[in-house]
Design a protein around this ligand. Structure first.
Ligand code: SF4
Ligand code: FES
Length: 363
């Protein structure tokens, strides 16, 4: 098969983060500051990415504002010709820092939202005062006219606030709202019993989003990621493994998706040792599930195999214990019964406590 270069890169600059979200998508083993790539190496990687055809760069984490060199990295990415999108909780940003980021050429901000008021947002994020600081930054972004996407991470505890979330996004001048229901690989699995929405919530959310999309056409765009445990077919995760996007971990490992390290047999090359181009085209992890040849049945003989690419490899790992299995979310998967069991378990547990995510002292 002919392999095209990636168009988007997500640079996880750090795992450090003031928040402790119970659905954190970073790996179970977080990396400390001493393991992070230095400024010069990131700048080289940005230039390599631009040379091989990457157009968009997401500066992410952890909380990317934890990196003191964020402005320098943004400027370097901008100079390399990349469209820069800062994915942030807003904590660690200040009006002064926003001035510098604007001057450095920052193109876009994606601000996470844990809830529509301080009570729920600070509880979910495990960070008191976080909501008020985030709103201050959101107002600053609006005043400056920096294009904003609001990334509302939704789950059982806040999905009933969806209409209010949409109103809030409009008030903040967001151009796009991501209604992103929590995905369950990595840390989020520890909190499935608290996070998994009910079927009724999911159906109501679909209707609310459809109605708001029609009403707000031309004002605000929507990305809706429903909880796929209720879906008939899985999502085409990453648009297909190693087809368009590339992720770099804080220590320079090059990953086909943000959760790829949950697949234990994969080995990941590092930008410290090899060029991005070599890793993308020839790396073993990238070629493990690229295209459709690797697929087992029922995917191999399925009419949807070039639509959803067998679903999510990390979800297959999390639920079936086998990353090369058909995503068990698929109603055609022989493992689909496990999803039904997980749903029943998660909805029957009664705990009201999150298991928060925090960087350990040793890291
Ligand atoms: Fe997609 Fe495989 Fe299910 Fe077919 S069998 S719908 S390709 S996950
Ligand atoms: Fe890794 Fe879906 S998150 S393939």
């Amino acid at each position: 098969m002919s392999v095209r270069p990636p168009i988007a890169m997500l640079a996880e600059l750090t795992h450090r983060c003031p928040l402790a979200c119970p659905y954190c998508s970073n790996p179970l083993e977080l990396l400390g500051k001493d393991k992070e790539l230095d400024t010069r190496t990131w700048v080289r990687v940005f230039n390599e990415a631009a040379e091989m055809g990457v157009l968009q760069l997401a500066l992410s984490g952890g909380e990317p504002a934890s990196r003191p060199d964020l402005v320098d990295l943004t400027a370097a990415a901008h100079q390399a010709g990349l469209y820069t999108n800062l994915i942030t909780s807003g904590i660690g940003l200040t009006p002064k820092r926003l001035d510098a980021l604007e001057q450095a050429g920052l193109d876009h901000v994606q601000l996470s939202l844990q809830g529509v008021n301080a009570g729920i947002a600070d509880w979910v994020g495990g960070y008191k005062g976080g909501f008020d600081r985030k709103m201050m930054i959101a107002e600053e972004l609006k005043r400056r006219g920096i294009p904003l996407t609001l990334n509302a991470v939704m789950h059982r505890q806040n999905l009933d606030d969806l209409e209010e979330t949409i109103e809030m996004a409009v008030d903040l001048g967001a151009r796009r709202l991501e209604v992103a229901c929590v995905q369950f690989h990595g840390w989020a699995q520890k909190n499935r019993h608290m996070l998994l929405p009910t079927r009724e919530q999911t159906e109501a959310a679909k209707q609310i989003v459809a109605e708001a999309e029609a009403r707000l056409r031309g004002v605000m765009a929507f990305d809706f990621v429903p909880p796929d445990y209720y879906a008939e077919y899985p999502k085409a995760c990453m648009g297909g493994w190693a087809s368009a996007g590339i992720n770099i971990s804080p220590d320079g490992k090059v990953l086909p998706c943000h959760a790829a390290e949950t697949i234990p047999h994969l080995e990941f090359d590092s930008v410290r040792d090899k060029s991005l181009k070599e890793i993308w085209f020839d790396g073993a992890a990238f070629n493990a599930y690229r295209g459709t040849d690797w697929m087992p049945d029922p995917c191999q003989s399925c009419d949807r195999k070039e639509i959803d690419f067998g679903g999510c490899r990390c979800q297959a790992m999390a639920i079936a214990g086998d990353a090369s299995a058909t995503d068990p979310v698929c109603s055609r998967s022989p493992m689909h019964g496990r999803v039904t069991d997980l749903l029943a378990d998660a909805l029957s547990e009664t705990s009201n406590e999150f298991v928060y995510r925090r960087l350990s002292r040793s890291a």
